[in-house]
Design a protein around this ligand. Structure first.
Ligand SMILES: [Cu+2]
Length: 188
């Protein structure tokens, strides 16, 4: 814990405005990703993912991140969250083993410009619905990365939900241009 805090302190000192830097880097990365997604087929961009995670009424599938370049300040986290229950839930906060902080963000096109905003009230997961976190939309943003994300490795993410509580999810790190991951035993 002491070690993590001192790392954060160093990061804070060397990046006077981490949020602004993160947003700029992230917006560019996402734009590139969308271009790739539009021009490529699906198959070769799929990497092998982790198994589905169930927690109460929630099922979380396809959790993945993308490998980052050395010195990249941020990374993204993506997954699909289904709520099969009768009660609305809400993803309140996120933490991870790979970053000092993790935030919930939303990307939206405003004219020709991709803009990102923090979801200060969390991400609603309504009863009976499925919410997708994906490049160009809702996503987890890992800030203060402790080390580059390496394809083939697994990061551990802890999601805190209003109803389902704390849920640990393994995040498969895929290639830098991945648009998704295959579930074990999946057919797509
Ligand atoms: Cu973001």
């Amino acid at each position: 814990m002491t070690f993590t805090r001192s790392l954060l302190a160093v990061a804070a000192l060397s990046l006077p405005a981490p949020a602004a830097i993160a947003c700029a880097a992230h917006a560019e990365a996402s734009h590139a990703a969308i271009t790739l997604a539009a021009s490529h087929g699906d198959d070769h961009e799929m990497a092998r993912g982790a198994s589905a995670v169930e927690a109460g009424a929630l099922t979380i599938t396809g959790a993945f991140s993308r490998a980052t370049l050395p010195n990249a300040p941020v990374g993204g986290g993506y997954m699909t969250i289904s709520n099969s229950g009768d009660t609305d839930d809400r993803l309140l906060s996120v933490s991870s083993t790979v970053s000092g902080r993790a935030e919930l963000h939303e990307m939206q096109m405003e004219g020709d410009v991709m803009r990102m905003r923090a979801l200060d009230d969390g991400l609603p997961i309504p009863a009976g619905e499925t919410v997708e976190l994906r490049p160009g939309g809702y996503h987890i943003m890992f800030t203060d990365l402790l080390a580059p994300l390496v394809a083939g490795e697994i990061a551990q993410v802890t999601l805190t939900f209003e109803q389902a509580g704390e849920v640990s999810v393994p995040l498969a790190i895929a290639d830098t241009d991945a648009t998704g991951v295959m579930e074990h035993g999946g057919t797509h």
